[in-house]
Design a protein around this ligand. Structure first.
Ligand code: UD1
Ligand code: CA
Length: 453
């Protein structure tokens, strides 16, 4: 089956009270429109059209890499008018599926079901039963129980308003029929708009079957019109992510306090404590514990690693058997060998830390390469920036850096060398040497202690 997809995304989203076009607001770390586009791509359509209007340029540039056709609807004259704009790009022998840029979480399986209900002489409509149908178009059915029309809230009679089966807006129609019907829409209704929903009545009077698929869950078809609905969908999305992980055997100490805004995969015996946020692509091995309040972005965490509370990791690779934090900040380009330890208040950036090396307290290690078994004392700083250029610090296997050392890069401390505490090391230290670069201590006896004036 040839599939043409039309995604409506021209509306302003006034109720978001935002300068950002509505469809660029996010749920689960991805924009509303990218969720919809994901579903469209999963259906393997080779003709995806997005109707844009408000904020058209921003939307276009956000999705410039995507294989989609943008169509500008300069005036928003209604959902029917929006789909009309796409007609020249739709193929007569295809099925047209209409989706909405602000309805992000419709399962692909539901859309497939909808498409299976389309034939040459049948269209299909996705509906949902709501406890409170206010605001939605109501589904009218004839004596045989078949859908006969959709009536919008503002055009509905009192009896019609009592109907709880509503239009999600999502429908699939043989493109040829859509091309026949849309030019005949009228805007003589309460809102003065060209309603896409009027095609249902046209189908009915043309003896075209209207097959209804009902959504399993209201959340599958909920649109985002304001921040309240966005927050509702976010919670729902997160609860689904959490449930998937729990079923895969990951222990979430509180699934209601877990946020995945990207893709998280985890091995066996992984425990994630409360209030952690995962972004981008995060891979966790086996037997890993992540303490409370950690934020982990685009990182790989090897087996048997413990990340203690309040640690922040970005673009970091941990081989395994590591102990991190609490309060560690591993910035992009951090690579830790097996068994490396990064303790509290340590910041690393573009740092390769060899097997078994330790940076346990209060240090900054950036643009650095550390061998195996290195011990970096508390308060050590790699002075990697001279105000213009970044330079590298190299520390060999088994070297010992005393506490409160400044390593003025570019500089190398060779293997098995020792740096005395409090040193400012600006010259290379050779293998096995001891470097001491601090003022000599003087002890003054019989000195006069200050007295209060
Ligand atoms: C529409 C349906 C209603 C359904 C509801 C579900 C119509 C006439 N009504 O109503 O039956 O219950 O959705 O949420 O279709 N858009 C454009 N261009 C336009 C108008 C709208 O791109 O000219 C886009 C909007 O950005 C939005 C979507 O289409 O994403 C729906 O438009 P909206 O005006 O919100 O329709 P509703 O009144 O909610
Ligand atoms: Ca709407």
């Amino acid at each position: 089956m040839l599939l043409d997809i039309v995604i409506l995304a021209a509306g302003k989203g006034t109720r978001m009270k935002s300068s950002l076009p509505k469809v660029l607001h996010k749920v689960g770390g991805h924009s509303l429109l990218s969720h919809v586009l994901g579903a469209a791509k999963a259906l393997e359509s080779d003709n995806i059209n997005i109707i844009i209007g408000h904020g058209a340029e921003i939307v276009r540039s956000e999705f410039s890499e995507e294989p989609v056709n943008f169509i500008e609807q300069t005036e928003q004259l209604g959902t029917g008018h929006a789909v009309q704009q796409a007609l020249p790009y739709l193929r007569d022998n295809a099925t047209a599926l209409v989706l909405y840029g602000d309805v992000p979480l419709t399962p692909t399986a539901t859309l497939r079901e909808l498409l299976e209900q389309v034939r040459e002489d049948a269209m299909s409509l996705l509906t949902v039963e709501l406890d409170d149908p206010t605001g939605y178009g109501r589904i009218l059915r004839n004596a045989q129980g078949n859908a006969s029309a959709i009536v919008e809230q503002k055009d509905a009679s009192k009896d019609q308003l009592a109907i709880c089966e509503v239009n999600t807006g999502i429908m699939a129609v043989p493109t040829a029929l859509l091309k026949e019907w849309l030019p005949n829409l009228s805007n003589e209704n309460a809102q003065g708009e060209y309603y896409l929903t009027d095609v249902v009545e046209m189908a009915s009077s043309n003896h075209i079957d209207i097959n209804i698929v009902q959504a399993d869950d209201e959340m599958d078809v909920l649109g985002v019109n304001n921040r309240v609905q966005q927050a509702e969908l976010e919670r729902y999305y997160q609860s689904v992510q959490a449930m998937i992980l729990l079923e895969e055997g990951v222990s979430l100490l509180d699934p209601d306090r877990f946020d995945c805004r990207g893709e998280l995969s985890a091995g066996s015996d992984v425990t994630i404590d409360v209030n952690c946020v995962f972004e981008g692509i995060v891979e966790i091995g086996n037997n890993v514990y992540i303490g409370p309040n950690c934020v982990i972005t685009d990182s790989k965490i090897g087996d048997n690693t413990t990340i203690k509370a309040n640690s922040v990791l970005e673009d970091t690779v941990i081989a395994g058997d590591s102990d991190i934090g609490p309060f560690a900040r591993l910035r992009p380009g951090t690579e830790l060998g097996k068994g490396a330890k990064i303790g509290n208040f340590v910041e690393t950036k573009k740092a390769k830390v060899g097997e078994g090396s330790k940076i346990n307290h209060l240090s900054y290690v950036g643009d650095a390469e550390l061998g195996t078994g290195v011990n970096v004392g508390a308060g050590t700083i790699t002075c990697n920036y001279d105000g213009v250029n970044k330079s590298k610090t190299t520390i060999g296997d088994g070297a010992f850096i005393g506490s409160n050392t400044s390593l003025v890069a570019p500089v190398t401390v060779a293997s098995e060398a020792t740096v005395g505490a409090g040193s400012t090391v600006a010259k290379d230290v050779a293998e096995g040497e001891l470097a001491v670069a601090r003022a000599k201590q003087r002890n003054i006896a019989n000195w006069q202690k200050p007295v209060k004036k």
